[in-house]
Design a protein. Structure first.
Length: 513
């Protein structure tokens, strides 16, 4: 058992509790008691002339980044920002985005990011109200309609001043919020999740979450800033002195120049691995990863498959996948974290049995803003760690293999009833992704008797795909139709847009009626 991690063995009567904590406890690793911006500042002090970020041919050094951030942080403090506050960052990809993040952290606040190009006014108002964010950072080439009663500050204008301003030197506290990420809101209003500096440092400053990033490493920045994996790209790069290569319209062009790439499997499926000769590390999360996609990339680079919702700080499990091993899992808990596979009564299940994954340890975030009911539903006292620690209900289904790897088996909210039988939609899609030529697949429930699947690319044989499901799964899992698309539609966060696929399925059914 790891130092400092204890388990109440009376909870584990009747099962192999030794393997329960052997498998479920990540390694204990020391983590600096520093705020994220302090780690970035140390990199800037060591190598001020190193390139911190690049976008559209423009570059900014660590020294320049610090200077601009100091000026903007001072402006925030002058406008009343205090430690523990939250500041909205509504921008497009670019150097001002990076300056804004560092400035907000330097002012002692947590940043609340949204993409200025796609955020809707109603979403922005909800976000500002929930986060109690009074100040909104924007940029001149991406204007935003700021609601009355809020203060807008143009990052570009502050950067253009070019005057030297001292660091505001706001007191540091690792337990303070680092960022607030709002969930996608696909099942209701978006919920703001507050993640602390300590949460973030635990992933970024330990292996394997640091992804081997070192001074000079080029890290691709391709994800939406409102998606928590973008924090892995941006903060993971800057805390290690790397160069953040911020993409334009062409994701592939960025991937070809990067040493490290973080993506969803769906985004990765649109990039040609043969063209990315420089890449040495690839990490995916956010969705189940097809094994054939992992095989394509793992022969060229170190490949990590991770899992974890926003509430457990980007990812809380990682697996280094090697081609030819025959199994792609989500691995083991990352350092200082735990994962428990529990039944509906929150009791531990024996090794090999399917249950719901709960996450514990240093990854567990501070919770939802202004939503005590949801906090009570998803966060609970951790009876295995004790000591006032919390665990989080991920709603992911999983099981431990005999050698201590976690198999991800879909989500509880992706389980549907078809003809009275329970079906996991991801299990159908996983079979389809094993069909020759299929890169990505998704399955939706049309009604209580009908499943419809979509496969990418359009060259996949739909008859062969449907037969593969019929040969692998019970009859009620077989989709009524398999539609081919050149590329599956994406959400703004780079995941498969299942709501749009459902609309397509209904349209197809209507056309055939």
């Amino acid at each position: 058992m790891q130092p400092g991690l204890t388990v109440e063995t009376s909870l584990l009567d009747g099962m192999n509790w030794e393997r329960f904590y052997q498998f479920g406890w990540g390694p204990a690793r020391p983590v600096p008691r520093s705020s994220i911006h302090e780690v970035i500042e140390a990199q800037a002090a060591a190598t001020p002339a190193a390139i911190a970020a690049e976008h559209a041919g423009e570059r900014i050094t660590y020294g320049e980044l610090t200077s601009h951030a100091n000026r903007l942080a001072t402006r925030l403090v002058q406008h009343g920002t205090r430690p523990g506050d939250r500041v909205a960052l509504v921008v497009r990809r670019g150097l001002p985005m990076v300056v804004g993040i560092l400035a907000i952290l330097k002012a002692g606040a947590s940043y609340v990011p949204q993409d200025a190009k796609i955020v809707r006014p109603v979403t922005l108002r909800h976000m500002l109200t929930t986060a109690r964010a009074r100040i909104v950072l924007t940029q001149s080439d991406a204007p935003v309609a700021i609601p009355a009663g809020h203060v807008g500050i143009d990052i570009d204008a502050v950067m253009a001043e070019r005057t030297e301003t001292a660091d505001p030197r706001v007191g540091s506290a690792p337990e303070r919020g680092c960022y607030v990420l709002f969930t996608s809101g696909t099942t209701g209003s978006p919920n703001g999740v507050e993640v602390t500096h300590a949460n973030v440092a635990n992933l970024l400053l330990t292996e394997p979450g640091d992804l081997g990033i070192r001074p000079g490493t080029v890290v691709g920045q391709i994800l939406n800033i409102a998606f928590d994996m973008a924090a892995w790209e941006i903060l993971g790069c800057l805390t290690h002195g790397g160069t953040l290569l911020i993409r334009g319209d062409d994701i592939g062009a960025t991937a070809r120049r990067a040493d490290v790439l973080i993506a969803t499997p769906t985004i990765l499926s649109r990039i040609d691995p043969a063209a990315c000769e420089r890449l040495r590390t690839v990490a995916v999360a956010g969705e189940p990863c097809p094994r054939n996609l992992a095989d394509q990339w793992a022969v060229r680079a170190t490949f990590y498959n991770g899992c974890g919702p926003t509430e457990t700080t980007i990812v809380n499990t990682m697996h280094r996948y090697r081609p030819g091993t025959g199994r792609l899992t989500i691995g083991r808990p990352t350092p200082n974290n735990t994962v428990y596979v529990l039944d509906e009564h929150r009791n531990p299940l024996p090794i090999g049995e399917v249950g719901e994954m709960w996450a514990g340890g240093d990854c567990v975030s501070a919770g939802y803003l202004a939503n005590p009911e949801l906090n009570a539903e998803r966060y609970a006292p951790d009876p295995f760690l004790g000591g006032g620690r919390q665990m989080f209900r991920t709603r992911d289904l999983g099981r431990w293999t005999a050698d201590g790897e976690l198999e991800h088996l879909g989500r509880t909210d992706d389980q549907v009833k078809i003809r009275g039988f329970r079906v996991e939609l991801d299990s159908v899609s996983a079979v389809l992704e094993g069909v020759p030529g299929c890169v990505r697949a998704a399955t939706v429930r049309l009604d209580d008797r009908t499943l419809v699947s979509f496969v990418q690319p359009a060259s996949v044989d739909p008859g062969l795909a449907r037969d593969a499901v019929a040969n692998a799964l019970p009859y009620y899992c077989v989709p009524a139709a398999v539609h081919t698309l050149e590329a599956l539609p994406l959400t703004s966060r780079g995941k498969i847009d299942k709501a749009r696929l459902l609309r397509l399925a209904r349209a197809e059914e209507g056309a055939m009626a």
